[in-house]
Design a protein. Sequence first.
Length: 323
Amino acid sequence: MREIQNPKVIVVKGVLFLVTGIAAAGLLLRENPSLGSGLLLGVAIWAFCRFYYFAFYVLSQYVDTSYRYAGLLSLAGYLLLISGVLLGRAVVAERFTQFLKYAALVVFLFLPFLHTQSRGGYAGFLVMYLCLFLWAPRRKLWLALPLVVVAILGSGIFPSFVVSRIQGTFVEPIPYGSHGEQLGLDPATAHRIDIWFHVFGLLKKHPLIGHGVTGAGFLDQQYCLVLGEMGIIGALLYLWTRWLIFRLGWRAYHQVTDPKYRGIILGYLCAYLGLLAQSFAGNIFIIVRIMEPFWFLTAMVLVLPKIAPPVPAPARPGPLKVV
């Protein structure tokens, strides 16, 4: 997908964003017409605009020039989790209009997800989507359609910044003076490889119990962080709890009979596997912005078999009586 080049089209696109924002703000104020709500809405819009400017300009210009390639990992993880749940609801929707509604929401979230430029997020989303395609009880043909389009058209359907971000992993090696640089990787990817060598070196001193919280230093990779701080014993316990979460969720999926709840659980499980894959790129399971909705969903999934009302079975016609 090419970037927009026509100035008139760019202007029209900007005006559409403005109209959409004004319409959404107007609808919110209509629901709660008060001066306080208007002020809070204005402050929220201003703060989010300033944060966007900070994340994509100030960091790269005034803090560290290497940040211009940094992806918003936590936002990518959050959007991955929400998209998984929405897709889970979509694949079990009984009416096609419901499927289109949830699919449209996922497309709406997918655009800002791409703009995070998080390669770990991209990998996690792919894992989530493939798991959903594998386990979906219906709508497999519709789930296969995007995969077929990507297989046929390749990178041409994605914006240029996504393609350059992924290609930059391998074709833009920057001198890094480490093991990763020898593989021709960019500094961010090379650093995550070096973390493993660093942790293995730490384990020579305390292999079983690790070096304690913060004892291994700042490690921007979930599995290495657990291994360095908690040792082999702690890492095994960590992996066991990850497996236990999935097993209990899978059991809940088969215990619940209501399709809408089954969809939520299925989407949660697929998104959970996506977050586990994304954990190779960051400390996903200690980021509050991701873990707050994740643990809420985990608790909800585990209690659904106890509180979800069973779907009544259709009444069977009785035997015919001859009068």
